[in-house]
Design a protein around this ligand. Structure first.
Ligand code: NAP
Length: 228
């Protein structure tokens, strides 16, 4: 499948690499190809500059957001939450029409330091904002509740643990669930929260995620839903 991954950070790299390894035709989108390749400093999370990463991952071209949008049958949003609407706008509404948009972003606000606040909360969510702004895209929120490494390698966490999906379009959710299974998520780990409103819960869960990570001293964990 042709897949566009919007985002050159640790999520974009991890998801692109995993999907490419699985045989998908992946292009990675960025604001400016030359500017991104010219970076020589690690990003704010300490990841090596993109050009250095690309030397060991040459199969995936780095292209503009618009070219990525034109390429992908499925588009993954792995951009900074505060910039996601702008990044998707640059990708092009026409490029997204009818396509599955897997949104993995969080609307984090670190203006007051860590743990982050959320810039949209309670009565709305980034996933809903994206769906409203791009009504012809079939938005499915998923993967946003865990570290990038866990998103693409669920087996690194022992035992049962969950990944959530939320979105209005049942067929689009099936496409995302199928990709999740390919990545290695067991079918019974994929919990469908219903419509796009479910995005509020998975974005607000990040408050617990950051508190747990502070308590454990690591982000290398996930949540497991255990029921009677
Ligand atoms: P990030 O630093 O949050 O985002 C990097 C991407 O955002 C880059 O591709 C960058 O574009 C783009 N971007 C930044 N400012 C922009 C702007 N003004 N306009 C357009 N695009 C802009 O990277 P990340 O850590 O990989 O996270 C990606 C998303 O996943 C975020 O929403 C994050 O909250 C969420 N998330 C991350 C993790 C994790 O493990 N890191 C876990 C769960 C959810 P350029 O390529 O042009 O620089």
């Amino acid at each position: 499948m042709k897949i566009a991954v919007l985002g050159t950070g640790m999520v974009g790299r991890a998801v692109a690499d995993r999907l490419s390894t699985l045989g998908h035709d992946v292009a990675i989108g960025t604001r400016g190809v030359e500017q991104t390749l010219a970076r020589t400093e690690p990003d704010w999370l300490g990841n090596v500059p993109f050009a250095q990463w690309q030397q060991t991952h040459p199969a995936m071209p780095l292209v503009s957001f618009a070219d990525a949008g034109a390429h992908g049958e499925v588009v993954v949003n792995a951009t900074q939450g505060a910039a996601s609407l702008a990044a998707i706008e640059a990708t092009g509404a026409a490029n997204l029409a009818g396509k599955v948009l897997l949104d993995a972003a969080l609307p984090l606000d670190i203006s007051e330091g860590m743990p982050p606040l959320l810039s949209v909360v309670n009565t709305d969510s980034l996933g809903e904002q994206i769906q409203r702004a791009f009504p012809e895209a079939r938005v499915v929120k998923s993967l946003n509740t865990m570290l990038a490494d866990v998103m693409v390698d669920p087996g690194r966490i022992p035992g049962h643990h969950n990944v959530f999906v939320a979105g209005e379009d049942a067929e689009a959710k099936e496409t995302v669930k199928s990709l999740l299974r390919e990545i290695g998520w067991p079918d019974d780990a994929i919990l469908d929260l219903g419509g796009i409103r479910g995005t509020r819960a998975t974005e607000m869960y990040s408050a617990l995620l950051f508190s747990v990570s502070a308590a454990l001293g690591t982000y290398d964990f996930n949540v497991a839903i255990v029921r009677k």
